[in-house]
Design a protein around this ligand. Sequence first.
Ligand SMILES: NC(=O)c1ccc[n+]([C@@H]2O[C@H](COP(=O)([O-])OP(=O)(O)OC[C@H]3O[C@@H](n4cnc5c(N)ncnc54)[C@H](OP(=O)(O)O)[C@@H]3O)[C@@H](O)[C@H]2O)c1
Length: 247
Amino acid sequence: MGNNQLSSITLQGSRIVVAGGTSGIGFAVAEAAAKSGAEVIIASSKPERVAAALERLPQGTRGEPLDFSDEAQVRAFFARVGAFDHLVYTAGETLLLQNLADLSIEAAQRAFEVRYWGALKAVKYGAPLIRAGGSITLTSGVASSRPLPAWTIPSSILGAIESLTRTLAVELAPLRVNAVAPGVLRTALWDNMSEADREGLYDYIAEKMPVRRVGEASDVAQTYLYLMQQGFSTGQVIVVDGGHVLV
Ligand SMILES: NC(=O)c1ccc[n+]([C@@H]2O[C@H](COP(=O)([O-])OP(=O)(O)OC[C@H]3O[C@@H](n4cnc5c(N)ncnc54)[C@H](OP(=O)(O)O)[C@@H]3O)[C@@H](O)[C@H]2O)c1
């Protein structure tokens, strides 16, 4: 096994790009990876969020403002980054939750921009720079296999991400490509709801769930690290949802 492959098994000294690493899941992945000795580079669209995240992340973490819906920005970003070991994609916006009858098709198409097309752009320009033994981990969600009314668009995006994961695992082999499908987590993703509605949602879900709580970003960050460090899984979607899919 070459040195490059060894460096992917221990994160110490590896270089990791976290797209969406300024908040929620991405931030938790960036923090856990940096604490494991990786050199982490985070990117998200709002400069103030990048600056705030860098203040809280371990020293040595780097970051750049970058809109993953903009192909030219994504291409230029990876050209600046150069060779690295692991790509994690968690960038995503507020969910478009709407019954089909009320759904604007234009808004529905736009909703794929960051979650799906952004992930594809990141892989297109990032994958050629990933060293042997490295990996890509994308983000799905439990709503892919456990949809609810009004979730047509978010669930469709997740389905597309899961198929993309399997297809890329075949096309980019031996580079490993996997995805994590989290259940409901306490992150800024839900900040567009009023606090009362949000807490109501968390309580409703927690009561139903086998683990009796909603998740934290740190609960799922460990799964991204696991997929980077073990060298045999590819094309897989790992559900980390407190048992949500069962109920
Ligand atoms: N939280 C959950 O319950 C849950 C469950 C299942 C799946 N997921 C999925 O997991 C992903 C991450 O969710 P999260 O909970 O970590 O959300 P979050 O806390 O809101 O973080 C989203 C991240 O994406 C970045 N982002 C948004 N638009 C971007 C763009 N155009 N270019 C670059 N970065 C962009 C945000 O930073 P900027 O604002 O600076 O751009 C932020 O860093 C999402 O795709 C979400 O749907 C979340």
